[in-house]
Design a protein around this ligand. Structure first.
Ligand code: SF4
Length: 392
């Protein structure tokens, strides 16, 4: 059994030297070790959408023993943005002299009646940005307009938003505000482990969020709920080693937090980024698409920065519209079902006609299943040519 993208022997040797996390032949041993140590059915959740995509692209899922299942979690920032949050952004966009700036995939996320990209095609001023700082520049260059930055993401993007708010205050920019839809990872994991209908035997924790948070923020999962956890990087070998670690923990009767990503994650996290978040934001309850309101799982601006809070500035309150009929995004994000079990998957809901955000985002589990596993089987197996090339 091999990785579908396994290179030839010469390449394997140089791969191992230059990047051990891509060395496919080592993976063979790890997969064998997993098979030898697993003694009961286990379900692990890869929390992060980047892990989901890496698992599909490398073919990991098809190499694992049958007793081992992987489910995707709520770690895609676009996917967890609530429908009411999109509706609110569109309501603000419809006010006079408003520019809304946000990151790529957010434009296509459907709200109740429309999406930002649809409103853009109708002539509204929606800007695609790659950073919060870019949104602030738009405000500086367009003093006649109110520029609203729709800020999404977890602990990884919140520090940059915080830095931008500080810069806006320092520069005394009065036509800039943020819709803070930032979310925190640990509270949603705690909600998942408390769900009696969900049986997760281990968590593959997101590497980049862990770079910011460090280790302590997740220890409760192992200590309080006795569920093994492994922090993982994003190369296939990183993920395989995390899976092996979780299997070994079960075999040894352990439930601890291990970091398999020490080359990037320090135990104490990134203190500078954390203090930046702490300087500007305070925890608040937040709505998660399909998962409802989770206490202390969001970030709102502290009172001293309230002039940059879009909701306060425009006196808007978030609504809670019902999800589209048939949409199972919440169940997908909570790991209750796989995307293939949603009745709309690949029928009414496709990447071109998304019903829910999990089909929009490049890191969304529905979009990953659509791209790599539409029939419940790896597309590589359907292609004779692909298999031959892969087995070179
Ligand atoms: S297939 Fe579409 S509607 Fe169904 S869960 Fe995924 S994104 Fe939501």
């Amino acid at each position: 059994m091999k990785f579908i993208n396994m290179p030839n022997r010469a390449m394997q040797k140089s791969d191992k030297k230059s990047n051990p996390f891509k060395a496919s032949f080592t993976a063979q041993h790890v997969i064998e070790a997993i098979g030898q140590r697993i003694s009961k059915p286990l379900t692990f959740m890869e929390v992060c959408g980047t892990h989901t995509v890496s698992i599909f692209r490398s073919g990991i899922r098809s190499l694992l023993p049958e007793e081992l299942s992987l489910v995707s979690g709520p770690g895609c920032p676009v996917c967890v943005t609530d429908q009411g949050e999109i509706d609110c952004a569109i309501d603000i966009l419809d006010m006079p002299q408003i520019t809304v700036a946000t990151y790529g995939d957010m434009l296509r996320v459907p709200g109740t009646k429309s999406s930002l990209s649809e409103r853009k095609s109708e002539g509204k001023d929606v800007r695609l940005v790659t950073s919060a700082a870019q949104a602030l520049s738009i405000a500086e260059n367009n003093p006649e307009r109110e520029v609203v930055f729709l800020a999404v993401g977890f602990e990884t993007t919140a520090p940059a938003t915080a830095a931008t708010v500080l810069e806006a205050r320092e520069k005394n920019i009065s036509n800039f505000s943020i819709l803070s839809y930032h979310k925190q990872t640990p509270p949603v994991l705690e909600q998942l482990v408390q769900d009696p209908d969900l049986k997760i035997d281990g968590f593959i924790l997101p590497g980049h969020v862990s770079v910011i948070l460090g280790h302590n923020a997740y220890r409760f999962i192992a200590q309080k709920y006795k569920i093994p956890c492994a922090i993982a990087g994003f190369e296939p070998m990183d993920i395989l080693l995390a899976i092996a670690d979780l299997v070994f923990q079960h075999a040894n009767g352990q439930a601890v937090l291990h970091s398999l990503y020490p080359r990037a994650v320090r135990p104490e996290g990134n203190q500078k980024a954390l203090s930046m978040i702490d300087r500007v934001f305070t925890p608040c309850s937040a709505r998660w698409r399909g998962l409802g309101e989770i206490p202390l799982s969001g970030y709102m601006l502290k009172e001293e920065f309230s002039s940059f809070d879009t909701l306060l500035r425009f006196q808007i309150t978030l609504t809670s519209p019902p999800p589209p009929a048939g949409c199972r995004c919440g169940d997908v994000l909570a790991g209750h079902i796989r995307p293939l079990e949603c009745p709309l998957f690949a029928k009414r809901c496709t990447p071109m006609t998304p019903v829910g955000p999990c089909m929009v985002s490049s890191e969304g589990s529905c979009s990953a299943y659509y791209k790599y596993n539409r029939g419940g089987e790896s597309p590589w197996k359907k292609s004779h040519l692909a298999t031959e090339v892969a087995d070179d």
